[in-house]
Design a protein around this ligand. Sequence first.
Ligand SMILES: *Cc1c(COP(=O)(O)O)cnc(C)c1O
Length: 356
Amino acid sequence: MKIHNFYAGPAILPKEVIEETSKEILNFAGSGLSIMEISHRSKEFIKVMEEAVSLVRELLGAGDDYEVLFLSGGASSQFFMVPMNLLNEDEKAAYTDTGTWASKAIKEAKLFGNIDVVTSSKADNYTHIPKIPALEDGYIYLHLTSNNTIYGTQYKQFPDVQVPLVADMSSDIFSRQFDINKFGVIYAGAQKNMGPAGTTLVVIRKDLLGRVKRQIPSMLKYENHIENGSMYNTPPVLPVFVSMLTMRWIKKSGGVAAMEKKNIQKSHLLYQEIERNSMFYSPVNQEDRSDMNVCFLLHDRNLEKEFLENCKKEGLVGLEGHRSVGGFRASIYNAMDIDSVEKLVGLMQEFERLKS
Ligand SMILES: *Cc1c(COP(=O)(O)O)cnc(C)c1O
């Protein structure tokens, strides 16, 4: 039976990427050694890192004014690395509070400078993306979470502001097209839409660096990683390799534009059913609904367990909502094909027939 993987993260990867990885785990690039047991300084791995960086540039349209890094420590480490490297103690940055991850980013940033939360949807349980007011002068950057993995909201348009955007794109990187030139920093933990857990992509505009006066530990200083091509210390070799394979797969499949088209098809199919089906509803404001994480609820919440069990029996796994939200969350990242969403929609229709 095919297992349909709706987990939010670590999450689904293209089948052919997993198959190729399994081969290279046994014999990497014909070296007779596993990808897990070769030096990161070997010419074979250096080629992987170079290809990974160049694929990021190509898929995001990032020019020479940007640096591309593969770090470790998760997206959560970027919550503090960004302000530590970009913001002096007497300077200010603007943040938007659109969910759990955004508020964690805010908490960390406060350790390094003056942080203004310029907008928040917390009072509405993060069920919409709040408008960003006109910013006063003096902000070094505006931080936002492009897709709120837990609440199923997503910026459909990025704000036009006078300062560089800094975006946590952990759960929608490479899922849709956007103009990178609005962004000073983009970061994304690999394990949602790019690869296995263990590496974090950071894309950073060079002119933002070298401004802060504080002492920064070597491992936390972007410049050190840039000067050493993400090999200041041992990089997460396997996660970088798998991320590179996923990016190759995206490119071969038609690039980010093709991903976007497929993602919209999947999400529309599912949201349409949520609207049509008398048993389910979406708590999320219509314009802000995520194409990556589709959150929905049963009117009769006593039936939640039964619906999840029906799904499990048919091979649909990972549909439980985040523990802080409950209900259901279908994570339908790039690697998911439409047949998995069709299967879920079929089960929702069957549940409606069964119960009415
Ligand atoms: C999962 C997630 C994180 C946390 O990522 P880690 O790599 O576990 O630190 C941060 N931001 C968003 C939007 C996420 O989805």
